[in-house]
Design a binder for this molecule. Structure first.
Ligand code: SAH
Length: 227
């Protein structure tokens, strides 16, 4: 299948912007971003900008998705945990690079849309969960890589750091809303020692505790997702 010219343009742009890992570029090329964008924002699907996806959330700018993916240094054997499924786009990109992707979203309506997209695109190595990702994945799971796509204030949640394998890495935006935020990489050196690196100034929606109550969606909120 010949890729769409707008996809090719985006990949060239990402390469010029410093995304050099060919596997990451190929995963971006194979992930049709238009599937993850609400109908009335389709014209922006292949532009390098963040787009609203409803419920006050956004799908990140392609450059940031590619950059975070590249900085995770994923290997084919890895199990990756994502916090903040949102549209599902980042998880779909990861699914081409890792053995399995686990992803948690606190807004159930967003997660359900993302699940439909994974099915349509036949991405079968993604496992989803509706819930509070700051608590980590239920049970005894541990992960080679973690990516948090919402900004935490202060230190990353301890439950997440605990589920990272020794030698494993997490990329996470850190900083309060409206304040300068920094994308950081945590490498787990031993059970309680982490090497922390500042990567890039960024702007993300906040990582929030708990899940919204079932009745907290108005019909307007939900229409916005598909209209
Ligand atoms: N990765 C997404 C972008 C997500 S925007 C994409 O590719 O489209 C950040 C998402 O994090 C939002 O959908 C928000 O609801 C979710 N989020 C915020 N705090 C969370 C938490 N504690 N647990 C799970 N998801 C959370």
């Amino acid at each position: 299948m010949t890729p769409d010219p707008s996809v090719i343009r985006l990949i060239i742009h990402l390469r010029q912007a410093g995304i050099t890992n060919t596997e990451v570029l190929s995963a971006m090329e194979r992930t049709p971003r238009d599937y993850f964008i609400p109908p009335h924002f389709q014209v922006h699907a292949y532009e390098d900008q963040a787009v609203p996806i409803g419920l006050g959330q956004t799908i990140s700018q392609p450059y940031i998705v590619a950059y975070m993916t590249q900085e995770l240094k994923i290997e084919k054997i890895h199990t990756v945990l994502e916090i903040g499924t949102g549209s599902g786009y980042q998880a779909a990109v990861l699914s081409h690079l890792a053995r399995r992707v686990y992803t948690i979203e606190r807004h159930k309506p967003l997660l359900e849309l993302a699940e439909q997209r994974f099915q349509e695109l036949k991405l079968r190595n993604i496992t989803t969960l509706a819930g509070d990702g700051t608590k980590g994945w239920p049970g005894e799971q541990s992960f080679d890589r973690m990516i948090v796509t919402a900004a935490c204030e202060g230190e990353p949640p301890v439950s997440l750091l605990a589920q990272l394998k020794i030698g494993g890495m997490m990329v996470i935006p850190v900083g309060a809303q409206g304040q300068p935020q920094t994308l950081k990489r945590y490498k787990k050196e031993s059970e309680d020692v982490f090497a922390v690196q500042n990567l890039l100034p960024v702007r993300f929606v906040p990582l929030l505790p708990d899940v919204p109550r079932n009745n907290s969606y108005s019909s307007g909120d939900l229409e916005e997702l598909t209209a």
